[in-house]
Design a protein around this ligand. Structure first.
Ligand SMILES: *[C@@H]1O[C@H](CO)[C@@H](O)[C@H](O)[C@H]1NC(C)=O
Ligand SMILES: *[C@@H]1O[C@H](CO)[C@@H](O)[C@H](O)[C@H]1NC(C)=O
Ligand SMILES: *[C@@H]1O[C@H](CO)[C@@H](O)[C@H](O)[C@H]1NC(C)=O
Ligand SMILES: *[C@@H]1O[C@H](CO)[C@@H](O)[C@H](O)[C@H]1NC(C)=O
Ligand SMILES: *[C@@H]1O[C@H](CO)[C@@H](O)[C@H](O)[C@H]1NC(C)=O
Length: 497
């Protein structure tokens, strides 16, 4: 296919490319350096107050061990350091984790004895794989370490093709913990497990991950081709009828597309399933707000839309942009741009410059799921959404800036660059904590206090997407890499479909 793109007077002709080639603003390098400074402050505070643990507690200057105590922040930040060229910090980081033994959870806290297959996969395995690739595929020690982890995670599949998410690592062998799961936990293993199969020569991982997704696809769905969020391992039968692009379903949908991307569509099942979920979303979930005409995807349950969206769901803009490009489908691509704009609007509508965890709205036909208070209505009349009751937090999440990064890389429209500049300013103005950086209790009120956990995804994702938005287009080009759901880039073949 041949595409002609006009960009601020610069004609760029590309053949089947995902990214056009764009000359970035002169100011970019300065902003990129500011992001590096933020990262060094954040990570430096982690080393000072939380070394040996998972996350920095940025308010109390202490630590949090929410990811089994294997130093999640270090594993998750390795490739960020690589991309930023922080070689000394990187070498030190390798030293910190070289003896991490994933056989046992290191937290004594009973609440964390359970191990989340999903979280370990995207952060520990996910980070190790991309670091291995970015550093010339020589550090096999990293692969050996996470192979121990994955072999233990594999016990989650003991009872059937659909894994449990919780595994107790204190026993030998580890024991899967019975309980319902969701399609995000079940379907967000394909990228990592297939990479690990390549680098270990053990194809079992790929098969386990692919079979889990295919088991989800084989079940009845509440809407055509769009599975319910809840799922019961090991039978794989749906639990409830909740349909959403938000947390609990999000990365199942994300990985249908990205697994097709990384395999160059070797097995069309995955791309077809993504396309079907998108068709259904256009038919049943896509709507506009009565104020501002913002484009949203609702949730759906009990045969009707539920008018809600969320920070986590805001990955969808970038995902539809990528899918629109891969399918050469302008309808999907253009909806992707509108989704990006609507999510960005949640940032532009608050005094802190960050959007809330959940929000709601009235659609063009006057339908809504919540009755707004008079304050909500006043906010809605100005901004085209209002904050879902009790959901005012910003947890340092990446999704809005992630989708903004895709929009920038695929259009070269400087408004997306400027969105990132505004967000960087908000990071330095509102997120600076006693140590490092912290999320906000209330995006509409900077004095309402901060959240005492600098999650590892702040360095892995939020700062990485910001940094790459200010980097030359050939740095982790979308024509050469695909990001896992924790923003760890993996090498991807040329897309030829
Ligand atoms: C990791 O720990 C397990 C059990 O605690 C032990 O059997 C194994 O030898 C350890 N591995 C390494 C590389 O130290
Ligand atoms: C571990 O996970 C299982 C299944 O989700 C749950 O029933 C159990 O309460 C969890 N244990 C702890 C200590 O959190
Ligand atoms: C391949 O991985 C599976 C799943 O973890 C494991 O049970 C099996 O022992 C591995 N095979 C080899 C040869 O290491
Ligand atoms: C693009 O995608 C939309 C929505 O899925 C679909 O209705 C349309 O047929 C597609 N267009 C092409 C040219 O494939
Ligand atoms: C509202 O947005 C929809 C979808 O993007 C578009 O088709 C429509 O023309 C817009 N309406 C107005 C009044 O701008």
């Amino acid at each position: 296919m041949l595409r002609v793109i006009f960009l601020s007077g610069l004609l760029v002709v590309t053949r089947g490319a995902i990214q056009p080639s764009v000359t970035i603003p002169d100011t970019a390098a300065g902003y990129a350096q500011q992001v590096v400074d933020v990262f060094q402050t954040a990570y430096g505070a982690y080393l000072q107050y939380a070394k040996g643990h998972d996350d920095l507690a940025p308010v109390s200057k202490s630590f949090v061990d929410g990811r089994n105590g294997w130093q999640a922040t270090v594993w998750d930040a390795l490739d960020t350091m690589q991309l930023m060229g922080l070689d000394t910090l990187y070498d030190q980081a390798l030293g910190l984790i070289t003896n991490v033994n994933f056989t046992r959870s290191l937290t004594s806290d009973a609440a964390y004895r359970n191990h989340s297959v999903f979280e370990s996969n995207i952060r520990y395995l996910g980070g190790a794989l991309s670091t291995f690739e970015l550093t010339g595929k020589t550090n096999t020690h990293l692969i050996d370490q996470v192979t121990v982890l994955t072999d233990r995670m594999a016990y989650a599949f003991d009872a059937g093709p659909v894994p449990f998410n919780e595994v107790d690592f204190s026993t030998d062998p580890p024991t899967a913990q019975f309980g319902t799961s969701n399609i995000a936990q079940v379907g967000t293993l394909t990228l990592e497990f297939s990479r690990l199969s390549v680098y270990t020569g053990n194809d079992t991982y790929r098969q386990l991950a692919e079979n889990a997704v295919k088991a989800v696809m084989g079940q009845p769905t509440p809407l055509p081709g769009f599975p319910a969020q809840g799922i019961d391992p090991p039978t794989g039968t749906p639990d409830g009828d909740y349909v959403s692009w938000g947390g609990g379903s999000d990365s199942y949908l994300e990985y249908l597309l990205k697994y097709a991307r990384i395999t160059n569509n070797a097995d069309p099942t995955f791309l077809n399933a993504w396309k079907q979920a998108v068709d259904t979303s256009i038919q049943y979930l896509l709507t506009q707000s009565s104020v501002g005409n913002w484009t949203y995807l609702t949730d759906f349950t009990g045969g009707a839309p539920f008018y809600i969206s969320s920070h986590l769901a805001c990955f969808h803009g970038g995902n539809w942009l990528l899918g629109g490009k891969l399918l050469n489908n302008d309808t999907i691509f253009n909806i992707g741009l509108k989704l990006v704009d609507a999510c960005t609007n949640t940032y532009h509508s608050t005094p802190t410059g960050f959007g809330p965890e959940f929000f709601t709205f009235i659609n063009v036909n006057g339908a809504s799921s919540l009755t707004p208070s008079s304050d909500d209505l006043a906010f809605y009349d100005e901004h085209g959404f209002w904050i879902f009751p009790g959901e005012t937090d910003y947890f340092l999440r990446p999704e809005v800036l992630e989708s903004n990064f895709y929009a920038w890389r695929m259009t070269g429209d400087v408004k997306y660059f400027n969105n990132a500049v505004a967000a960087l300013d908000s990071v330095t103005t509102y997120l600076k904590a006693n140590a490092g950086y912290a999320g906000l209790n209330d995006v509409t009120n900077p004095s309402a206090g901060m959240i005492d956990d600098m999650e590892s995804f702040f360095s892995a994702e939020t700062l990485k997407y910001l940094y790459l938005t200010f980097s030359p287009f050939d740095k982790i080009s979308l024509d050469e890499y695909v990001f896992n759901t924790e923003a760890h880039p993996y090498e991807a073949p040329v897309w030829t479909h």
